[in-house]
Design a binder for this molecule. Structure first.
Ligand code: NDP
Length: 310
């Protein structure tokens, strides 16, 4: 009897996913009947995206695992109908995409590229940027994505500090944790990158008080989640010059409403939640490996701690 797996993402994603998943199941030695619809009580595995129509897990009485296709789980951890293990996506494609996006936007601000890209008055004002080793960067969140970005920036020579919930050590990154650690991490970075999950503990991590701890004229880069930042406090900090520029990929409401002041602010760059995306080709192996593990009674990969919220 094949295992029954439900593909519970937006139906338009099916074409991109069905073949890579089938190949990965074969490679893992799994016999899986993967469909967009199965009788709920017959489903063994749910391959899930939080923006799918499926929000009530109650009828899936036989399911053993919800394998999220996204790294972020903030819109599912509070779902009280979900009683079975939830795994999130950690894979090469997500990580590499995020490293490229973060590195690009960090280099933009570090090198002061905007002054030359948009120079309508043809000003000739050579301002040579410091070398990366003289530029301090903070990465808030040292998980799968934050650590990869911090390591990539450290490899480029930046003086990188990171902040996490639990203490860490790293030979190339100055690591801070806990509440005092946030103060130190924010004071360190002239460029601050947010790669925290959105939980009760991380909402409004950047607010009026914490923005004031950053060096005058700092840059904020947020590919984490919109609710990590108090929007009004950020706008006020931009207006005083405490923050020189904010590059924002994620927002409290997406798409960002037309009337939101971020769109029109001259020192805000809005990108439409494209910092990194799960790619079917690279994530399918992770999905198959977790199903294989579950069938073999082995520990699952990337399980979400529902109490911690990530
Ligand atoms: P991880 O769960 O691997 O890492 C989360 C990091 O945040 C960990 O280092 C964790 O600390 C730290 N953290 C969590 N809570 C706190 C806290 N209260 N105080 C201090 N540090 C804390 O997540 P990922 O790196 O995989 O992803 C991060 C986020 O990136 C996702 O949750 C998602 O919101 C966002 N994302 C955005 C995308 C985009 O396109 N814009 C694409 C993919 C993800 P510890 O190490 O101690 O656990």
């Amino acid at each position: 009897m094949p295992l029954k797996a439900l593909f519970a993402a937006r139906p338009e994603r099916w074409d991109a996913y069905k073949d890579p998943l089938a190949v990965a199941f074969d490679a893992a030695g799994l016999n899986v009947d993967l469909r967009l619809d199965h009788a709920p009580e017959e489903v063994d595995y749910i391959i899930y995206a939080p923006n799918s129509a499926l929000q009530d897990f109650g009828p899936f009485t036989r399911a053993k695992l919800v394998q999220n296709l996204w790294a972020g789980v903030d819109s599912i951890t509070g779902n009280t109908t979900l009683k079975i293990p939830l795994a999130r996506m950690v894979d090469f494609g997500l990580r590499q995409g995020m490293v490229e996006w973060v590195t690009g936007h960090t280099l933009r601000h570090h090198l002061g590229m905007d002054a030359h890209i948009h120079n309508p008055d043809h000003l000739w004002q050579p301002a040579v940027p410091p070398l990366s080793r003289n530029r301090r960067v903070s990465v808030l969140g040292l998980g799968a994505l934050g650590l990869a970005c911090a390591e990539a920036l450290a490899a480029l020579g930046f003086d990188v500090a990171g902040w996490s919930r639990r203490p860490k050590t790293h030979d190339k990154i100055t690591c801070f944790s806990g509440e005092d650690g946030l103060t130190q991490a924010l004071a360190h970075g002239e460029i601050c990158i947010l790669l925290l999950p959105c939980t009760h503990a991380t909402q409004n991590t950047l607010n009026a008080a914490t923005l004031a701890l950053m060096p005058q004229g700092s840059f904020v880069i947020n590919p984490g989640r919109g609710a990590l930042i108090d929007d009004d406090a950020l706008l006020a900090a931009l207006d005083t010059g405490q923050i020189a520029h904010a590059t924002l990929d994620v927002f409290r409401i997406e798409p960002l409403p037309e009337a939101h002041p971020f769109w029109a602010h001259p020192r805000v760059t809005v990108t439409p939640h494209i910092a990194s995306e799960t790619r079917a080709q690279t994530c399918s192996e992770v999905v198959a490996e977790n199903i294989r593990r579950c069938e073999a009674g082995e520990p699952l990969l990337h399980l979400v701690d529902r109490a911690a919220g990530y």
